[in-house]
Write a protein that binds this ligand. Structure first.
Ligand code: PEP
Ligand code: MN
Length: 337
């Protein structure tokens, strides 16, 4: 920590600050400038008591942390990229992974048709919500267990792995029984008890970015997964809330290189929730590949116009097949398979 004292502070007041720094377990290093004094407090900020209490001293102007607040998700903790095995697919390795499927599981025909089509087009993981976090309580809330059973059936028929959202701690065991990857949605991204419970299932976790979450907060939310003995965490950027109205959210593609620099965990882009518009999905996918994402999470529906949720942003089966074909040179140019 760096502690900056106000100008013209008497030695006696400086000594009081030094005493407090020592009492909190840090070693103070005093730097006396012309105008003011700066104190470096040496010690591990994550394990020692916080020095923020010093801001209540009238002679202290500012207290600034030097260390990052996250540990296990950081590149410092692990130099090599985390590669997550999911039913024979590696997420975070050379292969660019595409997860695709409907926003919500609606019925058997809708899911099976989509599953076969996305597999044929090259997706390796099937997405589909059985428990849906809907803004309005009057909107379709998902098929629940029935949806999970249909996902399991689609996995049996196609061999695709399954990603599905966990909404509540009450359903942790249930969802973990069916899912190959547990999705923690944007609205639950800082539901720490849910993150802990999900982490403890041992299943790979895809952590969406919250609607108004800063990258630091997102990394710290991820820290809850790793610090609960689950190394298989991936971050998913799905757009944040801004003042813009032409898109549903604002996809922060800069988050890709930032997370990649700060962390060893894979990064997935969800252009569907991100833009809220099917016509923007393809260019966001190209951008994501170019900027170093490890994969995509894309909404696909046999008939988006009649989808029970998120119709405007879902690709048709043909649209998805075309996208997968068009993406190939971009994925190759990014040095991925
Ligand atoms: C979804 O994937 O359908 C979804 C609800 O995602 P998010 O949590 O990003 O809104
Ligand atoms: Mn959706």
């Amino acid at each position: 920590m760096i502690i900056i004292l106000k100008p013209g502070i008497a030695r006696k007041e400086e000594t009081a600050v030094l005493k407090e720094i020592k009492a909190l377990g840090y070693k103070p290093h005093v730097m006396r400038g012309v105008a003011r004094t700066v104190i470096g407090a040496i010690g591990d900020e994550r394990t020692h008591k916080t020095l923020e209490s010093l801001t209540s001293f009238p002679q202290v102007e500012r207290v600034m942390p030097v260390q990052k607040r996250y540990k296990l998700v950081s590149r410092e903790a692990q130099k090599d990229a985390t590669v997550i095995p999911v039913r024979g697919n590696l997420i975070g390795g050379r292969k660019f992974q595409v997860m695709a499927g409907p926003c919500s599981v609606e019925d058997e025909k809708q899911l099976m048709t989509t599953a076969h089509a996305v597999r044929k087009a090259g997706a390796t993981i099937l997405r589909g919500g059985a428990f849906k976090p809907r803004t309005s309580p009057y909107e379709f809330q998902g098929l629940g267990v029935k949806g999970l059973k249909l996902l399991a059936k689609a996995r049996r028929e196609t061999g695709l792995a399954i990603i599905t959202e966990l909404l509540s701690e009450q359903q942790v065991q249930l969802v973990a029984e069916y899912a190959d990857i547990i999705q923690i949605g944007a609205r639950n991204a800082q539901n720490f008890q849910l993150l802990i419970a999900a982490a403890r299932t041992g299943k790979p976790i895809l952590l969406k970015r919250g609607l108004s979450m800063r990258i630091e907060e997102w990394l710290l939310a991820g820290e809850y997964v790793l610090s609960n003995n689950n190394p298989n965490l991936m971050f998913c950027e799905r757009g944040i809330r801004t003042f813009e109205t032409y898109t549903r959210n604002t996809v922060d593609l800069a988050a890709i290189p930032i997370i990649k620099t700060e962390s060893h965990c894979p990064v997935i882009i969800d252009p569907s929730q991100g833009a809220g518009r099917a016509d923007l999905v393809a260019c966001l996918c190209r951008g994501a590949a170019a900027m170093g994402a490890d994969g995509l999470l894309i909404e696909v529906h046999p008939n988006p116009a009649e989808a029970w949720s998120d119709g405007a942003q879902q690709l048709t089966l043909e649209g998805f097949a075309r996208l997968m074909e068009d993406l190939k040179p971009f994925i190759a140019a990014a040095g991925r398979d």
